[in-house]
Design a binder for this molecule. Sequence first.
Ligand code: 13P
Ligand code: SF4
Length: 379
Amino acid sequence: MSTLDTPTATLPFEPYRELDSAELTERIQAVRSQMGKELLILGHHYQQDEVIALADLRGDSYQLSKLAAQSRDCRYIVFCGVHFMAETADIVANRPEVLAGRDGWRVPVVLPDLAAGCSMADMAEIEQVENCWDELSEVIDMDRVVPVTYINSAASLKAFCGRHGGIVCTSSNARAVLEWAFERGDRVFFFPDQHLGRNTSMGMGIALEQMPVWDPFADELGGNSEEDIRGSKVILWKGWCSVHQMFRPEHVEMFRRRDPEIRILVHPECPREVFELADEFGSTNKIIQTIQQAPAGSRWAIGTELHLVNRLKQEHPDKEIHFLSPVVCMCATMYRIDLPHLCWSLENLAAGTPVNVIEVDDETAKWARIAIERMLDIG
Ligand code: 13P
Ligand code: SF4
């Protein structure tokens, strides 16, 4: 069934820090050749160049969840991304019908560094979300509220959505998901990213006054009045991305002053003030496609993670590409996945001693899968 060696003791990480990139790359390639099709390395677009170059498949959050769901041949997944992405991969790659087709083999999903989390996902904990739901139920009819969680959230929040008739969204399908939700209820409870929720809802004609923000640390009703909640269409969680919140309207204005023809392209996790000034927006994959399809000589300032923007610059020397902020905005947790961690986790896998396996418990996975599959059905 597998090319793995007989298990021995786990290989320690420390010696890998001493190796140079060339040796690490060579050893990673050796494991890839040894394990062949049994191994699938998935990589998010925000990964460092030397890491993404070693991924079998790359994508944005939506594509990676789809790729993991379609991964019927592989026996092991190594996820070069962040924790919530590895959890999602475990949930969809190990759904019961696929497990049965693999004679019960559960694909271990390895996150090369367990410290690769997402600060936004950490801003909403399940107890806080449940408390919010209970508090809201004292003011509004919760049967008509549809919970929507951004995929950047813990599996327990996705399970919450599964249990309450809700759904998951990504940055590439947020609008279609909100339309789905409004076909099933009068209000949406959106977490954890207020910006994605607000930017998408405003594009659907929902007024700012109909979008109260729920602060989980406020004493009562998330810092809102009963009227705010009764008058709401979308209740937004007070969460944000520490990387995208650093893009400011002044940055857009500075580029436009210097070059009135420049196109501003941003990720929808950017604050509303930036999003509204932008010419175009989209998920990381949409940003890549937009630049690929842009005419030679076109000029762009892009508001998303630094590694992706730098890669676009290198890959499109015929276009002028700028990073939208004068300060470095990079995702420090995505950056945790480096060659030493990738090599260490792969060599342990090949040695039969998998490390950093992300496993969602069956009950949580069952409900989270319902919410994820609702999203995958929409596309
Ligand atoms: P994408 O959905 O564009 O992959 O974005 C994920 C993410 O974490 C952006 O910060
Ligand atoms: Fe999370 Fe922001 Fe990093 Fe994306 S860029 S993984 S939302 S911290």
